[in-house]
Design a protein around this ligand. Sequence first.
Ligand code: IYR
Length: 221
Amino acid sequence: MEYPFITYKPVTFSEQEMIQRSKDFYEFMDRRRSVREFSDQDVPEEIIRNIIKTASTAPSGAHKQPWTFCVIRNKDLKHRLRMLAEEEEKKNYESRMSERWLKDLAPLGTDDVKEFIDIAPWIIVVMKKSYDFDADGTKTNNYYVNESVGIASGFLIAAIHNAGLVTLTHTPSPMNFIAKALDRSDIEKPYLLLPVGYPANACKIPDLKRKEYEEIAIYYE
Ligand code: IYR
């Protein structure tokens, strides 16, 4: 069987432009921070659509795009999710997380109160699909699902920042309550919960430093 191929249209710049663009992009991305205090100011749905479409341009195993983005703006549903997330997180912070883990989280100022789920105008729940069904109901395989959904989530977070909005990679655990609350089938497993919106006025963030280049890159020449 012959599969169609088309000619790739490269995105081209001069070397000078490439240096400038890579620097500008790094500096822009370096301004991204996880934010825990949100404003309730509304965000147009079109922006949410565009950032999710951006996420879905991510590479994936065998191009299966093994993800679903659940988009929530209903206040009652957001509140239900918050209550369920807090119930699980309370158990985590009170007994399921080790002393060492709690110590590692201390500088971030996280706790089991997840007010941002109520306040942020949009919640995106990223779901991963370990397998799927094709049009005639036959089970199909997905590949490298964690890698694929992780990359798509990175694209999503970058797109949120690019739009001038903020998010937080909330990882309620265990997350099965989300799939139940959102009425999703067994093939979808919650991966991340991302509140999306504007930061609250004068919102505070921890004074974190990023690792030096020498700590993160090793050259083999
Ligand atoms: N899932 C919890 C705890 C938590 C874990 C890590 I690792 C963080 O970087 C931040 C929080 C929560 O979302 O609060």
